[in-house]
Design a protein around this ligand. Structure first.
Ligand SMILES: *[C@@H]1O[C@H](CO)[C@@H](O)[C@H](O)[C@H]1NC(C)=O
Ligand SMILES: *[C@@H]1O[C@H](CO)[C@@H](O)[C@H](O)[C@H]1NC(C)=O
Ligand SMILES: *[C@@H]1O[C@H](CO)[C@@H](O)[C@H](O)[C@H]1NC(C)=O
Ligand SMILES: *[C@@H]1O[C@H](CO)[C@@H](O)[C@H](O)[C@H]1NC(C)=O
Ligand SMILES: *[C@@H]1O[C@H](CO)[C@@H](O)[C@H](O)[C@H]1NC(C)=O
Length: 127
């Protein structure tokens, strides 16, 4: 009985917390030209670790997103930074990103390398 409860609880937790794969796919679906992200697909496994530009640690958490020069056309508005608790490095330089840098980017507490150069962002980084 308590075992069943545990499973139920695990399901509730799993569905309320957006996974890294879900967050990446949601962002991909907001982009105009996600052609370079063809490998970003659930049919390719629910773990994003083998997807183009994504690197994980041994536990399967996304630690690095390297999408420089990938013809990514769109905004960062739909990228939920709160889902990436272990992200250390984010490189989105030399793409076609517009709009503003979402304030949620400051929630990437482990981030030590951020490169958003050569895009078309408007007003720059919130603290
Ligand atoms: C963003 O991700 C966090 C953590 O996974 C989640 O709690 C939150 O509901 C997500 N926000 C949106 C707008 O999807
Ligand atoms: C799955 O991912 C691998 C590695 O990124 C990629 O080479 C392959 O094309 C992907 N397969 C599909 C069906 O997207
Ligand atoms: C980016 O996408 C928009 C909307 O489809 C399009 O108008 C624009 O030409 C694209 N930019 C580039 C550099 O491809
Ligand atoms: C940043 O994280 C805090 C605490 O988890 C959350 O309350 C807040 O909504 C997040 N900010 C953004 C812009 O996502
Ligand atoms: C991001 O990628 C570009 C292009 O490969 C590279 O020149 C730059 O040094 C990278 N930025 C960081 C912070 O590693």
């Amino acid at each position: 009985m308590s075992f069943l409860l545990l499973i139920l609880l695990a399901l509730v937790v799993a569905t309320s917390e957006e996974t890294e794969a879900e967050a990446l796919l949601k962002w991909k679906s907001s982009l105009y030209q996600p052609g370079s992200l063809a490998s970003w697909a659930i049919r390719n496994g629910t773990s994003p670790c083998s997807w183009y530009g994504i690197s994980c640690d041994q536990a399967g958490n996304v630690v690095q997103i390297s999408l420089q020069s990938s013809s990514i056309n769109g905004t960062l508005n739909s990228l939920n930074f709160s889902s990436f608790h272990n992200l250390i490095s984010l490189n989105l330089s030399d793409n076609i990103l517009q709009g503003s840098i979402p304030s949620g980017i400051s929630n990437l507490s482990k981030l030590n390398s951020l490169d958003l150069g050569t895009n078309s962002f408007g007003n720059f980084v919130p603290p």
